[in-house]
Design a protein. Structure first.
Length: 201
């Protein structure tokens, strides 16, 4: 069937659509070829969104809402999310140990839950910071992006880590710091023995 001539308005609309499509293709090319547009991978954006929401006390699957307290061993039930902690291995300054009566998260319990919500599955799995580290890839500081994880401790011939946080940029992290605190933002220097940036991929 022969095509009918388009009106001037139709031609302008098609031209605008083609321009928008070309811009979208260019943006995608820059994103996936290392262009200068400072966009994060979508999944890291999701990690940051979830982490900020949890820090703000917004309800999430497994938590009705409110600031989440630190609990030694919290977040390590079969399913990720706030849980009662344990006093086994507890060395905190607050005594007697409150973990067994505190529903909350420890540092690796927080990162495990945030990544579960962001990725849609339990990618870090059960275990402590040492176990989670083995599922990650080290990232040079210059390549670190908000949403990556920051670890503390010894990572060399042996792995002996003691803390992890969610990097949010500008030298800061969202983390479950210690007994007596709630999930919050701290400078990376709040914990000693910084060991590097790590990414799940």
């Amino acid at each position: 069937m022969p095509r009918t001539p388009r009106s001037a308005g139709e031609r302008r609309g098609i031209s605008r659509w083609r321009g928008a499509s070309a811009a979208a293709v260019l943006l995608g090319t820059l994103l996936f070829t290392g262009g200068s547009v400072p966009l994060l991978p979508a999944i890291l954006n999701r990690v940051i969104t979830v982490a900020h929401a949890i820090e703000a006390g917004q309800g999430q699957p497994g938590w009705r809402g409110g600031k989440i307290p630190y609990s030694w061993g919290g977040g390590h039930d079969e399913a990720p999310g706030p849980s009662l902690g344990t006093c086994a291995g507890y060395h905190g300054a607050i005594t007697p140990c409150p973990a067994a009566d505190t529903r909350g998260l420890d540092c690796s319990g927080l990162t495990r839950w945030v990544y579960r919500l962001a990725y849609g599955r339990d990618v870090l799995g059960p275990g402590n910071t040492n176990d989670h580290l083995r599922r990650l890839t080290r990232i040079p500081a210059a390549a670190a992006r908000p949403g990556d994880l920051v670890f503390y401790g010894e990572i060399g011939k042996r792995v002996k880590t003691h803390h992890v946080g969610i990097y949010i940029g500008q030298g800061r992290m969202i983390n479950a710091l210690r007994t007596g605190t709630r999930v919050r933002t701290d400078p990376l220097t709040a914990v000693k023995d910084f060991a590097g940036y790590f990414r799940y991929r």
